[in-house]
Ligand binder design. Sequence first.
Ligand SMILES: [Mg+2]
Length: 259
Amino acid sequence: MAARRALKAVLVDLSGTLHIEDSAVPGAQEALKRLRGAPVTIRFVTNTTKECKKDLLERLTKLGFDIAEHEIFTSLTAARNLLEQKQVRPLLLVDEKALPDFTGIATDDPNAVVIGLAPEHFHYEMMNKAFRLILDGAPLIAIHKARYFKKKNGLALGPGPFVAGLEYATDIKATVVGKPEKTFFLEALRGTNCAPEEAVMIGDDCRDDVGGAQNAGMRGILVRTGKYRPADENKINPAPYLTCESFPEAVEHILEDLL
Ligand SMILES: [Mg+2]
């Protein structure tokens, strides 16, 4: 078997891995500091549809994480890149707080549908408007298709079921821009001078974080925090490269065994 390439980049999921809503995962700030002492590039990759980059950064800084804006790559950025590439005007079914990341994008007379987690838009009238646009040829762009996510009071529906509803009604497949898409992980590495084989992804979502990264050629570490549920590691084949209790344990493994 070919020798593993040396590790040059670490991609880290945010929600469920570094924090759960407004609480940090215990020891995560310290662990990130230790990781910064290693000769690796760090990128934070997230499927958020609710928070623009600026809000995300503010929340993380408040929680004591030392993170720079240019290190964050989100599914909203990926969606914006695609809209610009396609030169379309979207009906934006995203949370109001996500709108700053779409500043400057024309939305009048829409000819595309962008859908994220937007509970206030998920009612019959709005879904029907999206349905009709798609039938008229508007591309359907999904920020991501997560089935559910972790809230303080329990699991909650993600955008996935609503995207799937539009796909079902129109018989048209959405273009997904967030995790677990291969292009998302490759774009996250852009400018790092690092090949996928030289990167590891740490996340709490077995399919979207670990499966997606491994499908892009990276190693994937699953953490048992956030949305993790027992036996999640059996959901993908090949299995995760490694499963750890939490982000700090994943960092210890990287520092001890991968460098
Ligand atoms: Mg997560």
